[in-house]
Design a protein around this ligand. Structure first.
Ligand SMILES: Cc1cc2nc3c(=O)[nH]c(=O)nc-3n(C[C@H](O)[C@H](O)[C@H](O)COP(=O)(O)OP(=O)(O)OC[C@H]3O[C@@H](n4cnc5c(N)ncnc54)[C@H](O)[C@@H]3O)c2cc1C
Length: 633
């Protein structure tokens, strides 16, 4: 009978990140997926990143994960979003070649040491005395392991809906995963039902691009990965068009056959990424909605109709889509559809992604109620790291909310236990100015290196960047500029000139002056400093830290307060019911989630400041040796 350190069920974005992490950390790993040729498939749009999602990809990369590196290899259009707003919300996004992405992932997995891949269908989780023992496949084979990570995505009892027709499937043309939900329920887990959807795919040669607005990527494109020097792939544009009143009327005519509006779909859908029928129903005053036509790859004839996700009958979809400018004669290659699937409300996992009730069993990705490749990848990486650490008897690796979007994501999942599809947003991160996409390496590379996931090239490059940043800061803080040197540049930038010599840092704090413009337009900088400024994205880091110094200091003070609360630990088996004056809701929620510390307890929805004060008083009494406090660490 085979025994692996870690078995991972599912080769989606959570699965491959988890598998690479555990095997790179030296654990013998088996990745089981239903169809090995589908490993790394992008189920919905051929794009990676986006607002806050791009931050996750950069963080995955800084920790030694794969998503950003692969995106760079197969990206067909790269853009930094939200550049007209502050640096906290700038976010990288890339369109990718749909066929190329899974191929590149599979190539990475194949050459990875300590990693085996098997095509099989897991139907049961085997547990002995609340500890994982292995998994059972549909052939009856039992595969033993010390830890298992379930990353089943949208496949658990999956049902696809198109109009009033439905079929059992995990994704278009792929079987659902049957058996796992039931085996987990038998073990005492709670499950729920969610849904998501995808738009139709259309034939490229039947689109009239001349009436659509082209959307170009950045030139030069900025890579996601700290392992990529530059993007060499040719870049191709997307196009923008709009729905109109006629489109909406036709879509409305199909509402009677909508699986959503007739109640056939029971699962809750994503609020932030609604279907087109949901949009015209909820925002009935809007006369048009944006539609992005996104190429699926260099050699693909398919275009993805972003903004037109729907599960209406295929005929209604086709009729409606042909009212959109540029799509009058379009050939629909595949209709849009919705998929319903089981998930496990994530209060059932700990911050290290391990389930609370079965030791050694981890959940990651859509199974925890999230939606999106990036959210899945981030969880997969963290589950993989923590499974490996557990096997090595090391402390869990938990990122705090002030350290990473990954920390925000997992903390939200565990403490708020989503009941609808969860996606990451910049607004969810209270310390977002500290968690910029462009400083992910500064925040996380040391961790990735200590874990053994960041290789020498990436680590050396990070070290060099740190040293460049320190040198530049020191140099700038010692410089005074003469009016004669800087005034011509200031006049050019419509910035007020200086009468007397001034510290350079003062000039750089002006919002209209960027470090980039200053170094290009003046002779202030020494040659070696210019060289350092040009090292990777050093320049942007220095500019942001000078300009936003005040805000950054304020956020750091808030972080100090946050950390103080995180350091007030709550014993593992603390008996909340013993605090008589605690509200019934607080007792129930705290007992269910079992927070590690007071900070985490305060983030659980329904826990009031009064509940927290009581808890603090009780814990302090306990620390002073009060016999009534049933504390046991
Ligand atoms: C139709 C559709 C529309 C979507 N729309 C959006 C969207 O608009 N926005 C968005 O952000 N995200 C969307 N998503 C979600 C996105 O695809 C997922 O969030 C992401 O892929 C989840 O990654 P994952 O690793 O958790 O699972 P998945 O990528 O779903 O991968 C799961 C993998 O596990 C395998 N597997 C499952 N069960 C078993 C088993 N028992 N045995 C062996 N192998 C198993 C499957 O074969 C598959 O390879 C959509 C997904 C679908 C299907």
């Amino acid at each position: 009978m085979s025994l692996y350190d870690v078995v991972i069920v599912g080769g989606g974005h959570a699965g491959y990140e988890a598998a690479l992490a555990t095997s790179r950390m030296g654990c013998s790993t088996l990745l089981i997926s239903m169809e090995s040729s589908k490993i790394g498939t992008l189920s919905c749009n051929p794009a990676v990143g986006g607002t806050a999602k791009g931050h996750l990809v950069k963080e995955i990369d800084a920790l030694g994960g794969e998503m950003g590196f692969i995106t760079d290899q197969v990206g067909i259009q790269f853009r930094i979003l939200n550049l007209s707003r502050g640096p906290a919300v700038w976010s990288p996004r890339a369109q990718v070649d749909r066929a190329g992405y899974p191929k590149a992932i599979q190539a990475s997995l194949k050459k990875q040491k300590h990693l085996e891949i098997r095509e099989a269908n897991v139907v049961e989780v085997i547990v002995d005395h609340y500890r994982i023992k292995g998994v059972k496949t549909s052939d009856g084979e039992i595969i033993n392991c010390k830890a298992a990570i379930l990353t089943c995505g949208t496949f658990l009892n999956g049902i696809i809906h198109i109009g009033l027709k439905n079929i059992s499937a995990g994704r278009f043309g792929e079987n659902p995963a049957l058996g796992i939900t039931e085996s987990l329920i038998r073990l005492g887990f709670e499950s729920g039902r969610l849904k998501t959807g995808t738009p139709p795919r259309i034939h490229k040669d039947t689109i009239d691009f001349s009436v659509c607005q082209p959307q170009y990527g950045d030139n030069p494109p900025e890579p996601f990965s700290y392992r990529t020097d530059s993007i060499k792939n040719p870049q191709i544009p997307c196009h923008l068009t709009y729905t109109n009143k006629t489109t909406h009327e036709i879509l409305k005519s199909g509402f009677e056959q909508s699986p959503m509006f007739t109640g056939r779909i029971k699962g809750i859908g994503p609020r932030y990424c609604p279907s087109i029928e949901d949009k015209i129903n909820r925002f009935s005053d809007k006369e048009r909605h944006q539609i992005f036509l996104e190429p699926e790859g260099y050699d693909s004839i398919e275009y993805y109709v972003n903004g037109f996700s729907t599960s209406l009958p295929a005929e209604v979809q086709e009729q409606a889509i042909r009212t959109i400018p540029g799509l009058e004669n379009v050939k629909v290659l595949r209709p849009g559809y919705a998929v319903e699937y089981d998930f496990f409300p994530p209060f059932q996992i700990n911050l290290n992604m391990e389930t609370k009730s079965v030791e050694g069993l981890f959940f990651a990705g859509q199974i925890n109620g999230t939606s999106g490749y990036e959210e899945a990848g981030a969880q997969g990486l963290m589950a993989g790291i923590n499974a490996a650490l557990k096997i090595k008897n090391d402390e869990p690796f938990i990122l705090k909310r002030n350290e990473a979007y990954i920390g925000v994501l997992i903390d939200d999942l565990v403490n708020k236990s989503t009941l609808e599809p969860y996606r990451i947003f910049t607004s969810l991160a209270e310390y977002r100015l500290l968690l910029r996409y462009d400083n992910a390496d500064l925040r996380l590379t040391e961790y990735g290196n200590k874990l053994g996931l960041v290789g020498d090239v990436q680590y050396d490059s990070y070290k060099k960047k740190v040293s460049c940043i320190n040198k530049i800061h020191q140099w700038i803080s010692n410089q005074t500029v003469e009016p004669a040197t800087v005034n011509p540049f200031l006049e050019e930038q419509s910035s007020s000139i200086i009468e007397n010599p001034e510290p350079l840092i003062k000039i750089l704090k002006r919002p209209e002056i960027t470090l980039k413009d200053l170094y290009k337009g003046s002779k202030i900088f020494a040659d070696d400093i210019l060289e350092d400024l040009n090292y990777r994205d050093t320049l942007r880091e220095v500019d942001t830290s000078i300009k936003y110094d005040g805000y950054l200091k304020r956020q750091k003070e808030q972080v100090d307060k946050f950390i103080r609360l995180e350091e007030k630990k709550i014993p593992k088996h603390f008996d909340y019911k013993a605090i008589k004056s605690l509200s019934a809701e607080a007792k129930e929620k705290l007992s269910k989630i079992k927070p590690d510390n007071i900070g985490q307890a305060g983030r659980i929805s329904g826990i009031s400041p009064a509940d927290l004060s009581l808890l603090l008083v009780y814990l302090e009494k306990g620390n002073r040796g009060n016999q009534n406090a049933k504390t046991q660490i």
